[in-house]
Ligand binder design. Structure first.
Ligand SMILES: [Zn+2]
Length: 253
């Protein structure tokens, strides 16, 4: 029978002591007996740090462990006690670390934070120097077209959806075609509700360049025979009647 995650061990079901604990107890008792008899002798009996190298190493390891756990417990309380605090590593060390990082980056085993923080990850370590097959790329494209980001509809999308529902217009949300239009009305109307921040609106003076993909997506869709309507967040919020009339103009009666 294959192992099941939900399988409960029989000793828990029966409410008895697990068998391995019993065996462990027996072995421990035997060991204690042997130590008492003198049949087993501790390896470090009679040796000291000064006379034996192994004892010295073991003592050093214990002291380092203690220091380490002390640092961890201090760190949990928010007290920084890292030895490097306020000091800099020597230049040779910094150079060595950088050289290692460069080699690992070239091998595709290390990704600096700037490559993935707040960005779409375009650099996959194990794919370094390789390419997906055309078949795999088609599969990935298909998979991505169904991914909805963000997962929840934004407030402006919901406002447009509500309007269309009251007008008895049937529509699709996040249709998996190029650019994944927020709202798609058959046969060929794609409506995008662009947030002022993420899509870089000039009117609201949010210091962010317009989303570079937006114009590309519009061009692609228009070349394939779609009608593209893009509305800004500020228009949907403050000038909704205008937006509604623009949509209604495009919808075939
Ligand atoms: Zn705006």
């Amino acid at each position: 029978m294959p192992f099941q995650k939900s399988h409960t061990p029989w000793w828990i079901v029966k409410g008895v002591e697990p068998p391995y604990k019993k065996y462990a107890k027996e072995i421990l008792a035997k060991k204690k007996q042997h130590y008492a008899d003198g049949t087993i002798k501790p390896w470090n009996k009679g040796l000291t740090k000064e006379t034996d190298e192994r004892v010295k190493q073991a003592a050093l390891a214990i002291s380092m462990n203690k220091e380490h756990s002390k640092n961890i417990s201090l760190g949990k309380k928010g007290i920084s006690c890292v030895k490097l605090k306020g000091r800099k590593r020597p230049k040779e060390v910094i150079d060595k670390v950088l050289a290692t990082k460069k080699i690992r980056f070239a091998e595709g085993k290390y990704i600096p934070a700037r490559y993935w923080l707040g960005k779409r990850l375009t650099f996959i370590p194990y794919m370094y120097g390789k390419t997906h097959t055309e078949e795999a790329r088609a599969k990935l494209r298909e998979w991505r077209s169904h991914q909805v980001i963000p997962k929840k509809d934004t407030s402006i999308e919901i406002k447009l959806q509500d309007f269309l529902a009251t007008e008895n217009v049937s529509f699709e949300k996040h249709k998996p075609i190029t650019g994944q239009p927020d709202i798609f009305i058959s046969p060929n109307i794609c409506i995008f509700a662009d947030g002022c921040y993420w899509h870089g609106c000039n009117k609201c003076n949010l210091e962010k360049a317009r989303h570079p993909d937006d114009s590309k997506i519009t061009d692609k869709l228009q070349n394939s025979g779609y009608k593209v309507l893009r509305f800004w967040e500020h228009d949907i919020k403050n000038n909704f009647e205008n937006v509604c009339s623009k949509i209604l103009e495009e919808i075939p009666c």
